[in-house]
Design a protein around this ligand. Structure first.
Ligand code: UDP
Length: 386
C-alpha cells in the first residue's frame, strides 16, 4: 500500500530513505531547512579554483560493505581518491596515520620489527585504559601521543583527552608497514562532480522543498502524513525539554589563494595546541585533477577548520559522547519511541551518533527495509548494517 511519507532533512539519511521509499511506490515529500540538499556532505563548484568545495569540511566516502558500495555507485561515479593525511607539528612534517614511515621519522625505525621494538619501548603498562589518553599511552606511548593526539584532540573536543572515551580515536589505524591510507575499508572515493551530483541523482523525481523549517509548523506537518522521518537534532524536536544535547561545532575560514598548489595534499593536520585550527584542506586535491593540473592552476581554494563550542546558533557537527550526554539522549529516545511508528528519528543528529557516511546509508537502508516489511520502527532497533 502506498503511504504519504514526509522526510525532514535532505542530508544523506533523508535522501537515502527518500530514494528507496519513492522507488518502492510511496509518495515521498522532502523538506529541507537549508537552500541545498546534501546536509554536511554538500559541495559546490568554485570556478575560480576549478574544483568542488566541501562546504562543511572534508567528506571522503569509504566503506567495507560491498552492499553499500554497490548501492551508492548506482547514483554517482567515484574517483580513486585515497586519503593520505600529513601532519604539521612545529617545523616537523609527518606521515599520518601512524605507519612505518612515521615511526622512521620519529624513532628512526626502518623495518616492521624495528617499529615494533620502538613501540614496545614507548608503551606504558596500563592494564585497562579508561579514557582516550590512557588508551594512547598504552598503545603508542607518550612521544607519539604528544606529537599527534594530545593537542589536536584538546582543540577538537574542547576538553582534555583524559575526559574522553577511547572510541573516538580507535577509528584511526596504527600500522607497522608503509600503508598511509587513513581508512582500512576496501572502497573509498569522492563522487565525480562532487556530492551535489550524487544528491541530484538520489533525489531525482522526488518533491523537495528548500528553506522550510519543520519545527515551526510541526503540528501542520504531522497531521498530513502517514509517516514522518525526522533527521534533525532530537533535542530540538522536543523543544529541549530535557536540556540541550552537547555538540561540538566547527568554524570554517576559506581562502582563495593566487598560487598553483598551497600544500601539495588534500589534508594537512596541525596537531599542536598553539595553532588554533586543526587542519587545512585544499579542495582541488579531492577532485584528483589530471596530471600537471595542480602545477598549472592560477588559484587554489583552502579551508582552515577551527573547532568551536556548539552553543545555540552554531551548526551541530559532532555529538559529544560523555556519560551525561548519553544519559540525556536516552531520555529523548524514550520520548521518540513513544511516537513510533508514526515518527521515526534517524541520522547523526536524530540518533546523536558520530556516524560516518556509509553508516548513515546502512542505517537508512535498514529503516526502509523494516518499513517495507511492516515492522515497528523503534529507534533502538536501528544499528548500522555496514
Ligand atoms: N585525531 C588526533 N590527531 C589527528 C587526527 C585525529 O588526535 O591528527 C583524533 C581526534 O581526537 C579526532 C579523532 O582522532 O577527533 C578522530 O579523527 P577523524 O579524523 O576520524 O575525525 P573527523 O574526520 O570525523 O573529524
Amino acid at each position: 500500500m502506498s503511504s504519504r511519507i514526509l522526510i525532514v532533512g535532505a542530508g544523506l539519511y533523508g535522501a537515502t530513505c527518500a530514494r528507496e521509499l519513492h522507488d518502492a511506490g510511496h509518495r515521498v515529500h522532502v523538506i529541507e531547512q537549508r537552500a541545498q540538499p546534501g546536509g554536511n556532505c554538500a559541495t559546490r563548484y568554485v570556478p575560480e579554483a576549478d574544483c568542488h568545495e566541501h562546504l562543511h569540511g572534508a567528506h571522503i566516502f569509504h566503506t567495507d560493505s560491498e552492499r553499500i558500495w554497490s548501492w551508492v555507485n548506482r547514483f554517482a561515479r567515484f574517483n580513486a581518491y585515497v586519503n593520505r593525511v600529513k601532519v604539521r607539528h612545529g617545523d616537523g612534517l609527518y606521515s599520518f596515520p601512524i605507519n612505518l614511515f612515521t615511526l622512521y621519522q620519529v624513532f628512526g625505525a626502518r623495518t616492521p620489527d624495528e617499529a615494533r621494538a620502538a613501540l614496545a619501548r614507548e608503551r606504558q603498562p596500563i592494564a585497562e585504559p579508561a579514557n582516550l589518553e590512557e588508551h594512547c599511552l598504552a598503545t603508542v606511548g607518550p612521544t607519539l601521543y604528544r606529537l599527534f593526539i594530545e593537542g589536536y584532540t584538546r582543540k577538537q573536543w574542547g576538553c582534555h583527552p583524559s575526559e574522553l572515551p577511547a572510541e573516538i580515536i580507535k577509528r584511526i589505524p596504527v600500522r607497522l608497514d608503509f600503508n598511509d591510507n587513513y581508512f582500512n575499508d576496501r572502497w573509498q572515493g569522492i563522487p565525480i562532480g562532487g556530492y551535489a551530483a550524487l544528491f541530484d541523482r538520489l533525489l531525482a523525481g522526488i518533491r523537495v522543498d528548500f528553506g522550510v523549517d519543520f519545527l515551526r509548523d510541526r503540528a501542520h506537518w504531522l497531521a498530513r502524513y502517514d509517516q514522518v522521518i525526522y533527521t534533525g537534532p532530537i533535542d530540538a524536536f522536543f523543544d529541549h525539554a530535557h536540556g540541550r544535547l552537547e555538540y561540538r561545532s566547527l568554524r570554517f575560514e576559506r581562502e582563495l589563494l593566487p598560487v598553483a598548489d598551497f600544500q601539495g595534499n588534500a589534508v594537512v593536520n596541525y596537531t599542536e595546541a598553539a595553532v588554533p585550527y586543526t587542519r587545512i584542506i585544499e579542495h582541488r586535491h579531492f577532485d584528483l585533477p589530471s596530471p600537471g593540473r595542480n602545477e598549472r592552476a592560477s588559484h587554489t581554494l583552502i579551508t582552515r577548520e577551527y573547532p568551536a563550542a556548539g552553543d545555540a546558533g552554531a551548526e551541530p557537527y559532532y555529538p559529544v559522547a560523555t556519560a551525561a550526554n548519553r544519559a540525556r539522549f536516552e531520555r529523548y529516545r524514550a520520548l521518540a519511541d513513544a511516537l513510533a511508528p508514526q515518527v521515526h528519528f534517524g541520522g547523526r543528529l536524530a540518533e546523536y551518533r558520530y556516524y560516518d557516511m556509509h553508516q548513515v546509508i546502512g542505517a537508512a537502508l535498514a529503516h526502509v527495509q523494516r518499513t517495507l516489511q511492516g515492522q515497528c520502527h523503534r529507534t533502538d532497533a536501528l544499528t548500522p548494517s555496514a
